[in-house]
Ligand binder design. Structure first.
Ligand code: SF4
Length: 348
């Protein structure tokens, strides 16, 4: 493979033979962005929709079916956006969404209506100035979470400039990068890149998004080592996905692979109600059983927190039976405000 896979022909070249699948790829790509890097394509062991790596990036016709409970902004970014690029949902932290492009386009993406090459690729200079001003003018903001899109789409020069601008805000103590780049395009995450995002006074964390152990090529492991050896701690975030990691063996391998690479398992997300993603969804009850299975069998280092975002931007709920259980025959979640809400909600 020599180039990012985007078209039906590219996926055929990878070895997908099913006409049922290939004839729909170009149709789906008119609605949602498609991209799978060669590095991840090289991690595919079985070129079909059953492969746990390929399934994450292979467009399927199911994506064109939107269920009533699915929504364009499933976790409520828009109502919590005071200025372009900022999401201020929780008092002491903000998301800074500086780019809306990614090296790959995950078929289950919860921001799929907001990311892609056809969107505004990055904040314009005046928008970035306004976003930085917003952070500087809110002394309660302790942590800035860089997300998008994938913030490591920034060149090392821009990544360094952004870090320096945040470095200059005294009340910001933590800068957290959320990225898929170490597994999607590991050659980008060099020791030089790690130096570009280091700050002299803030703690910098990188949260790696990976969903299957097969995503960890040797180059991906080296990319993570480049960050960690530069003094940047890493945590993980994964999505529980049907056909990718919804079994105890796959989840155990994934969590152990994180820890073996010095990445602390952090969040296992229940998939959000993004449009056209129902073929990836498992029930919260299944997720609870799987996480209990991890706890019963693995080192405590390997157990992530299983969370579900309450639609509309309320908060996350910890998806343990104490905060996610059936009430009057309906699954309900308790948010950080202590209120119980039906899941999925009956109203959009
Ligand atoms: S890398 Fe993240 S933002 Fe980009 S498509 Fe995947 S899940 Fe969405």
């Amino acid at each position: 493979m020599t180039k990012t896979l985007k078209s039906a022909q590219d996926f055929k070249n990878l070895g997908i033979t099913s006409p049922e699948i290939t004839q729909n790829i170009d149709t789906v790509s008119t609605k949602y962005a498609v991209a799978m890097t060669t590095e991840l394509a090289d991690c595919v062991k079985n070129p079909s929709s059953d492969d746990p790596v390929l399934r994450q990036f292979l467009p399927l016709i199911d994506e064109l079916t939107t269920l009533p409970e699915e929504r364009e902004d499933p976790i409520g970014d828009w109502p919590n956006t005071p200025v372009e690029g900022i999401v201020h949902r929780h008092k002491d932290r903000v998301l800074l969404k500086i780019v809306s492009i990614c090296p790959v386009y995950c078929r289950f993406c919860f921001r799929r209506e907001m990311v892609g090459p056809d969107k505004d690729n990055m904040l314009r200079p005046e928008q970035l100035d306004a976003a930085i001003d917003y952070i500087a003018n809110h002394p309660e903001i302790w942590e800035v979470i860089l997300t998008g899109g994938d913030p490591m789409m920034l060149s090392p020069r821009r990544a360094r400039e952004l870090t320096q601008r945040l470095e200059a805000i005294p009340h910001v103590k933590i800068i957290r990068w959320h990225t898929r780049m170490p597994v999607a395009k590991p050659d980008i995450v060099t020791a030089e890149y790690a130096q570009a995002i280091k700050s002299s006074t803030k703690s910098v964390f990188v949260a790696l998004h990976a969903n299957h152990a097969n995503e960890f090529s040797n180059a991906a492991k080296q990319a993570c080592a480049n960050l960690i050896d530069a003094g940047i701690p890493m945590v993980s975030q994964s999505v529980l996905l049907k056909g990718v990691n919804d079994n105890l063996d796959a989840l155990s391998d994934l969590m152990r692979t994180f820890v073996e690479n010095r990445i602390r398992p952090y969040y296992l997300h229940h998939p959000d109600f993004a449009p056209g993603t129902s073929h990836f969804r498992v029930s919260v009850e299944e997720g609870q059983k799987l996480v209990q299975g991890l706890r019963n069998t693995l080192s405590g280092l390997c157990t992530p927190t299983y969370v579900v975002d309450i639609p509309g931007g309320v908060s996350k709920a910890i998806a343990t039976p104490s905060d996610a259980r059936e009430i009057d025959g309906q699954l309900s979640l308790r948010g950080q405000d202590g209120q119980w809400r039906a899941y999925p909600p009956s109203e959009k």
